[in-house]
Write a protein that binds this ligand. Sequence first.
Ligand code: HEC
Ligand code: HEC
Length: 74
Amino acid sequence: MAPSETEGLTDVQCEACHGPSAAHAASPATAPKPVRSPPVETCTQCHDGAQDGGRFDWARYRPQVVHPSGPAGG
Ligand code: HEC
Ligand code: HEC
């Protein structure tokens, strides 16, 4: 299941976790690369305790969003 198909994550796009990719695709040598494994700071930009009522728990939440990279499973 893709994150974009996960209930409640429908509005969270790839770039929210992995960073900008369009610029990278256009000029791979110079543009910032997408983040392969987003750190907790990426999550807490949204899951900041105020917007999610303090429910965020890295150890519990991270496994729920890790997903295979493609048809071959990564
Ligand atoms: C809610 C945050 C989140 C969103 C949204 C998200 N990802 Fe990920 N993604 C992750 C996490 C966490 C991993 C696991 C990284 C690891 O294995 O350490 C991951 C792994 C990946 C990988 C595998 C990287 C590798 O080399 O193993 C790819 C490719 C990828 N994501 C692409 C996408 C695409 C394309 C989208 C949009 C359809 C997307 N991601 C949306 C969090 C997210
Ligand atoms: C761009 C903002 C944004 C980022 C970045 C983001 N999230 Fe979320 N996340 C959301 C929203 C919005 C929801 C839906 C909340 C709801 O439905 O109450 C959500 C829901 C979730 C849920 C479902 C459980 C719940 O409380 O609703 C998990 C698990 C989750 N996020 C984990 C992560 C992890 C792990 C990361 C970092 C890799 C991450 N998110 C990054 C916005 C974000």
